[in-house]
Design a protein around this ligand. Structure first.
Ligand SMILES: [Zn+2]
Length: 154
């Protein structure tokens, strides 16, 4: 436990970045079918997960026709091991077991999503590892349908 560095705030943002709109609605709905949607820019080819309404690289408008389905497999681009979490009132709670949050680039995607990495000892987690999604037993069309990622895939 000697290598734990105390921080005053979260050193990363765990969550999705999206622009609200039909894309996000579709993305969440399709999760019920265990499908992960992205948007592929027809101009520059950049692929976003979750899908969005405008390309952040070249500002091309993205629509229904630019939606693309991605596999639930990808590479762990980077990760962080959390030992505490916020309780919603600005206080840190000790997690007991460390939690790994990974930045994952799905196959065919250019943007990353942030998801918990489980089924692995946090000490064994490595950048560049292959990971795959673990779905909830009953998917309902909500973000929580993607429970976490685990090592594997391909
Ligand atoms: Zn573009």
């Amino acid at each position: 436990m000697a290598d734990i560095i105390p921080v005053k705030g979260l050193p990363f943002s765990a969550g999705f970045r999206w622009s609200v709109g039909f894309q996000m609605e579709r993305f969440i709905k399709e999760l019920a079918k265990k499908r992960i949607l992205g948007s592929k820019c027809p101009n520059c080819g950049y692929t976003y997960v979750p899908p969005r309404s405008r390309c952040g690289k070249c500002y091309t408008k993205l629509g229904e026709e630019n939606l693309t389905e991605l596999s639930g497999k990808g590479d762990l681009v980077s990760y962080t091991v959390a030992h505490v979490e916020l309780d919603g009132h600005g206080n840190f709670l000790d997690l007991g077991e460390p939690k790994v949050i990974g930045a994952i680039k799905l196959e065919g995607a250019d943007s990353t999503i942030f998801m918990p990495i489980k089924e692995i000892d946090p000490k064994e987690v490595k950048e560049g590892m292959k990971v795959e999604v673990v779905w909830g037993e009953e998917t309902k069309g909500e973000l929580a349908d993607m429970k976490y990622f685990k090592p594997g895939g391909r």
